[in-house]
Design a protein around this ligand. Structure first.
Ligand SMILES: *Cc1c(COP(=O)(O)O)cnc(C)c1O
Length: 457
């Protein structure tokens, strides 16, 4: 921070910031309440401009897997900035950090992935994948294969294409989305949409929606299917075990490319390095971002399966790329991030220790009058608040209760996120049992305050 910035007060920062456009923000409300000013972070705690110490149970935005304040990351970035701050990877050029990171990613990801392409965000990576999918089918002389099927309530980013892949109505409206060539099917959301069936039967039924849509559109017109192994922003929707094997089968049967968007799941969040391992998904593309650098620098990577890369590489130039594709500082940071994840055995710790412990502590919340369902895999969890625990009936208007609860969490110096009335957890993978205990304690207090506000006993 410059001395100038340091001298400012919360009110001054808020005043300077107020008129500007923020992502996913209601600006009228921002004007009324003022932005929260985060000034510093260490480990799993944030500090705001009023001196509050806040437990970050959301790892920034699902991304700070190794926690804040890692000095070795800063050192690696500094060295790279001095050695080679920038050079591009266009026109048959490369540099050591990008080459080394690619080797690492090939080694870590499932065996069909031996080719990497870099971007700066999950959104631009998914955008690039759509371009690769089109190129693939055009080169395969099946130019009619264009439509990409995805799910309602899926999230794939915010560019025009990524938001079209996504199934968020509130992102489509007013922007004339989705773009042509996108088609959405139901999500594998058992608690909300499948309670008359066993989870196993529901998983198959939700997958069958893909086959039905392919037959409706004609397989000769359908290019690919994209899905998050576990939906994140949509509310940590964990599909039944029967879902992904069916999806895989259907993609093979009708010759669709399969895209696993691992932007949140990747790099250990679920207790597996990639959720594709947990669900046994054999995808043609894998989208990586967030945990790839733990958010310390912007970077995304697309893993491209051999059978796709062979076709893409059979033609001359692939005329696509960003000035900062494979940025040397981002790549150097990603390498150090992966070293930390491996050396500290963060993934194994999530799978064997903190993940099961979080699940156990969350299960205790089931006795609360507001809690309909708790679900988690590794350190990715949801607590769904409902009006009627028996029928799963939600509150009306949907989203109000979640916002009340989220605001109580913030008051208690706990950052959690609310999607509709579902409270979401996605903490740094460095959490210990003590952090889990601290979080559950603060969260239960927020739940009690929410129940009191609503007059629920
Ligand atoms: C966050 C996210 C994206 C978009 O990534 P950005 O870096 O915000 O563009 C894409 N897919 C999933 C599953 C995400 O959670």
């Amino acid at each position: 921070m410059t001395t100038q910035t340091k001298r400012n007060s919360t009110a001054e920062w808020q005043a300077q910031d107020r008129q500007h456009l923020h992502p996913f923000t209601d600006h009228a409300e921002l004007g009324r309440v003022g932005a929260k000013v985060i000034t510093r972070a260490e480990g799993t705690y944030l500090y705001d401009s009023d001196g509050n110490k806040i437990l970050d149970a959301f790892a920034g935005l699902w991304c700070v897997n190794i926690g804040y304040g890692r000095k070795s990351i800063a050192e690696v970035a500094r060295e790279q900035l001095l050695e080679l701050p920038y050079y591009n990877t266009f026109f048959k050029t490369t540099h050591p950090p990008v080459a080394e990171l690619s080797k690492l990613l090939v080694e870590m990801t499932p065996k069909q992935f031996n080719h990497v392409f870099y971007g700066l965000s999950g959104s631009d990576a998914n955008d690039t994948i759509v371009r690769m999918v089109r190129t693939y089918w055009n080169l395969k002389k099946q130019p009619k294969k264009k439509t990409i099927i995805s799910r309602w309530n899926g999230y794939h980013g915010s560019t025009m294409v990524a938001a079209s892949l996504g199934g968020m109505n509130y992102m489509h409206e007013l922007a004339d989305l989705p773009l042509p060539g996108h088609s959405h099917i139901r999500q594998p959301y058992w608690y909300g949409e499948g309670k008359d069936m066993s989870p196993e039967d529901f998983g198959k039924a939700a997958a069958k929606a893909l086959e039905d849509r392919i037959l409706e559109l004609g397989a000769e017109n359908v290019a690919a299917f994209i899905g998050e192994p576990i939906q994140g922003a949509g509310g940590v929707i964990i599909p039944p075990a029967t879902y992904w094997p069916e999806i895989q089968k259907i993609c093979r049967k009708y010759d669709l490319l399969l895209i696993a968007d691992e932007v949140i799941c990747g790099f250990g969040r679920t207790g597996y390095m990639f959720a594709s391992e947990y669900y046994n998904i054999e995808a043609d593309f894998m989208t990586l971002a967030k945990g790839l650098t733990s958010g310390y620098m912007p970077l995304s990577a697309i893993m491209v399966a051999d059978r796709v890369a062979e076709v893409l590489n059979s033609f001359g130039d692939f005329n696509h790329g960003f000035t900062y594709s494979g940025h040397p500082v981002s790549c150097a940071v990603a390498i150090e991030n992966i070293r930390i994840i491996r050396e500290e055995k963060l993934v194994e710790n999530v799978r064997d220790v903190t993940g099961p412990y979080l699940a156990q502590r969350l299960a205790e919340l089931q006795d609360h009058p507001l809690v309909g369902e708790v679900r988690s895999l590794g350190l990715m969890a949801a607590i769904e608040l409902v009006q009627d625990k028996k029928t799963h009936k939600t509150f009306e208007p949907l989203g109000k209760t979640g916002t009340i609860c989220r605001d109580h969490c913030v008051k208690n110096n706990l950052i959690m996120r609310a999607t509709r009335d579902t409270m979401l957890l996605s903490p740094p993978l460095t959490w210990t049992r003590d952090h889990v205990d601290e979080c559950i304690k603060l969260f239960r207090a927020a739940l009690d305050s929410t129940a009191k506000d609503l007059g629920v006993k």
